[in-house]
Design a protein around this ligand. Structure first.
Ligand code: PRP
Length: 224
């Protein structure tokens, strides 16, 4: 029997920025287990009582696990969904993990207009988003795909600009980079495999509604 049998709901969680906050939600709803941790060496963590299995994946791989049904559902940033373009249902905006995908340049290279940067090199872990953005504004750029530490690229002459995700802005500041354009705001999304959504509709819909209620509760608490 494969991991993804009908008795269990398989939930994919991403390593990195969204993990801890996802855990807060899952804890509150009673889905999490004590051994569910980002650092866990166990790759599949089961909550027998709730009939839930968790898998923890690399962020960019998560939509692939959900698209192929290796996970029924998952929590992932909108930025990754836009970049990976996988065929999954996006069921809910969880309204946490607020970040922005931006274009940034070294302070010393700042120009008047976006057009002034034409034909330069852009380092990014979001080549599709970057390509689409520069295409939409009619500027041709050379896109260089990296997998992390994007801010390093302009410092060592690998690229003149970057397209990257910004949360607090600290990494940009510490590396003398300035944002010149926002491309997308992004938050965490609750996604589902298309077949699982039909086959396990009640369970997924229940969890979606529980997550929605919690999102609203957190939102109204934040407004107080
Ligand atoms: C992201 C992004 C920046 C940083 C921005 O990297 O690529 O490096 O976070 O956050 P800040 O605005 O709060 O400083 P991440 O931590 O996901 O790791 P990575 O560089 O390995 O991709």
């Amino acid at each position: 029997m494969t991991l993804n049998d009908m008795n269990y709901l398989t939930i994919a969680l991403p390593k990195g920025k969204l993990f801890e906050k996802s855990l807060v939600y899952l804890n509150k709803l009673g889905y999490a287990t004590p051994d569910l941790s980002e650092k866990s060496r166990k790759l599949v963590i089961t909550n027998e009582e709730k009939k839930v299995k968790f898998i923890i994946t690399k962020t960019t791989d998560l939509p692939t696990y959900v698209e192929y049904g290796a996970a029924d559902i998952g929590i992932i940033g909108k930025d990754v969904l836009l970049e990976e373009q996988k065929d999954v249902y996006e069921l809910l905006d969880l309204k946490f993990g607020f970040c922005r995908v931006v274009v940034a340049v070294p302070q010393a290279l700042k120009q008047e207009k976006l057009n002034d940067y034409a034909h330069l090199r852009v380092a990014t872990k979001y080549p599709k988003i970057a390509e689409n953005f520069f295409h939409s504004v009619g500027i041709q750029m050379e896109i260089i795909k990296l997998n992390g530490s994007i801010e390093l690229a302009p410092m060592v002459g690998l690229a003149e600009m970057i397209v990257d995700i910004v949360e607090t802005g600290q990494t940009l500041r510490e590396n003398n980079l300035i944002e010149i354009q926002e491309i997308y705001p992004t938050t965490a999304r609750f996604i589902a495999n298309r077949a699982s959504f039909k086959m396990k509709f009640e369970r997924i819909e229940t969890l979606k509604n529980e997550l929605k209620a919690l999102t609203e509760e957190f939102e109204s608490e934040a407004k107080k």
